[in-house]
Design a protein around this ligand. Structure first.
Ligand SMILES: Nc1ncnc2c1ncn2[C@@H]1O[C@H](COP(=O)(O)OP(=O)(O)OP(=O)(O)O)[C@@H](O)[C@H]1O
Length: 206
């Protein structure tokens, strides 16, 4: 599936335009880095893709039944629950048996390098492990579009590189992933880039 943005622009009330003239087709199997300096509108564009914010101009066409997932900057989990439980829960919600859900969770945890901590409580995970767990849980929910906001912002470089590897590995899945980041190495882990600087109104228009 694809999500097509046609001439999308946004500003809040009478503020200057953040970006204008953004036309791009987002395709399954791609991981898009959404880049730009602080305040350029990355989170705003994620919010438009999620349908939480209506773009001030242009159109976003996805499917009617499009399922959108979010992974936020700060990992949130249930402190006493295991990593495995966090990933199994979306599968249980999809109707799988406990055993099948645990098997699916184990596969995803392995893909995100979390097998060694599968049965550790969330509160005992490192920052990087917790963030990778959020990515794994985001994938377990089987969204059509997964929006990831600044996944490495709170992490040191060595830890961030494990997140970048996890992000690179998401490209094979049946999902459109959009990662807002101002980290060049996270951007390099993605398959494509949407640079909001190219759509500043003083550049794109006139
Ligand atoms: N609801 C809102 N009403 C008015 N202004 C807003 C609103 N939300 C965001 N803004 C402003 O719009 C601009 C873009 O914000 P946004 O959070 O999208 O940028 P960003 O690129 O994600 O920045 P950062 O990298 O710092 O997270 C900022 O100047 C912000 O203050």
């Amino acid at each position: 599936m694809s999500v097509v943005l046609s001439g999308v622009g946004h500003r809040f009330d009478a503020q200057p335009w953040l970006f204008r003239g953004l036309s791009v087709s987002l395709e399954t199997g791609h991981v898009y880095a959404l880049t730009g300096p602080s305040g350029s509108g990355k989170s705003t564009l994620l919010s438009i893709l999620a349908g939480w914010t209506a773009a001030a101009e242009g159109a976003v066409h996805g499917s009617e039944t499009m399922r959108v997932g979010w992974v936020f900057q700060n990992p949130h989990g249930v402190p006493g629950r295991t990593a495995s439980d966090h990933v199994a829960l979306p599968f249980l919600a999809q109707g799988l048996s406990r055993e099948a859900a645990d098997d699916k969770a184990a596969e995803l945890l392995e893909r995100f390098g979390l097998s060694p901590v599968a049965f550790r409580a969330f509160r005992e995970l490192s920052g990087g492990e917790a963030q990778r767990l959020m990515l794994a849980r985001g994938m377990a929910a089987k969204p059509d579009v997964l929006l990831v906001d600044e996944p490495t912002a709170q992490l040191d470089r060595a830890t961030a590189s494990t997140i970048d590897a996890a992000i690179a590995a998401m490209a094979s899945a049946d999902v459109i992933v959009v990662v807002a980041t101002h980290d060049a190495r996270t951007r390099a882990a993605c398959t494509d880039e949407i640079a909001l600087d190219d759509y500043r109104s003083d550049v794109a228009i006139g």
